[in-house]
Design a binder for this molecule. Structure first.
Ligand code: GDP
Ligand code: MG
Length: 302
């Protein structure tokens, strides 16, 4: 890479659950790399989503929500991840839902304000607001307590005003070579994205019945004659959850498997043979060692 003007850097995406962080990242990548769901707190990892163009590379860090309830080891772990991800980045995007400011937003804003990176206030979901002028006092109120270097109004869902936001990010990145080459990126994260695609199907179908603590682990991944053989384990906490996922005569898990396989095939652009198992691991959310064993720690660190 001999482009002396090439820019590359890290961008943290911060905001309370449900403001649209995953939707924005997906929209930017035009590819389903991070999980989107109606259930809050679906993003549990620091997802590195990478947007490379001719002149720049943006490495997005999709933070988990800033959680309010203390308690389980899992929640504490998530809070630590959220806070550490705002350090050592070049730009922070702070997402807020238009006309909605809650205690959770305030908590997230406090984390955000500790970062010394350039901060961009992103007002999302403006498509939901009929009287756009009502946004002015809303934003002024936020600006009374927190400082930003720029403000952008977008609709992540409807893909509105994303390009100017990308320009604003690029303007703030340091000049330098790409941080990751494309091959390295896909290789390291494919398994993780696949497990998230499976989890997404589970959450879509069972978001009433299943807790947030359901986890998917890729046990085996083999490529034989162009066919990707993937063996995944769905970990649940209780036997009745296992029964729910399997369903009557295995009908539910069969449907999950079919849908997940299609998503995975689209994502890796290859034919997939997917095998799903459901296993019960009792109360692992309170066992920090179990969390680490399942790969929640330092997954994307070098
Ligand atoms: P996250 O928890 O911050 O990652 O939020 P998600 O990206 O999962 O989005 C939460 C919900 O808000 C989903 O139902 C999205 O479809 C919805 N959403 C996200 N962006 C927009 C937007 O610009 N407009 C509208 N109307 N809905 C949005
Ligand atoms: Mg998310």
């Amino acid at each position: 890479m001999n482009n002396p003007r090439y820019k590359a850097g890290y961008v943290a995406v911060i905001g309370r659950p449900n403001v649209g962080k995953s939707t924005l990242i997906n929209q930017i990548l035009q590819q389903k790399l991070s999980i989107v769901s109606h259930k809050p707190q679906t993003t549990r990892h620091q997802i590195l989503a990478i947007h490379s163009s001719e002149n720049s590379q943006i490495v997005f860090i999709d933070t988990p929500g800033i959680h309010n309830q203390k308690g389980t080891a899992l929640n504490k772990h998530l809070n630590q991840t959220a806070q550490s991800s705002s350090h050592g980045v070049d730009v922070v995007l702070f997402l807020v839902e238009a006309m909605k400011w809650t205690d959770e937003d305030l908590r997230a804003a406090k984390v955000m304000s500790q970062s010394d990176a350039d901060k961009i206030l992103v007002i999302n979901k403006v498509d939901k607001i009929k009287q756009k002028e009502s946004l002015i006092p809303f934003v002024e109120k936020i600006m009374q307590d927190f400082e930003f270097d720029a403000i952008h109004y977008i609709s992540a869902l409807k893909n509105k005003q994303i390009a100017p936001l990308l320009d604003a990010i690029n303007n703030r990145l340091p000049v330098g070579p790409p941080i990751f080459d494309e091959e390295q990126v896909s290789d390291r994260s494919t398994r993780f994205f696949i497990s998230e695609l499976i989890r997404e199907q589970l959450m879509e179908r069972f978001h009433q019945e299943l807790p947030y603590s359901v986890t998917v682990n890729i046990e085996a991944y083999e490529i034989k004659e162009g066919m990707h053989h993937i063996h995944a384990i769905i970990w649940v906490e209780r036997k009745n959850q296992k029964m729910i996922i399997i369903g009557k005569q295995g009908e539910a898990i069969k449907q999950i498997g079919i849908k997940a396989r299609k998503e995975i095939e689209q994502f890796i652009e290859a034919r997939v043979h997917l095998k799903l198992w459901v296993k019960v691991k009792s109360s692992w959310t309170d066992d920090i060692r179990a969390i680490e064993a399942l790969g929640y720690t330092d997954e994307f660190k070098d």
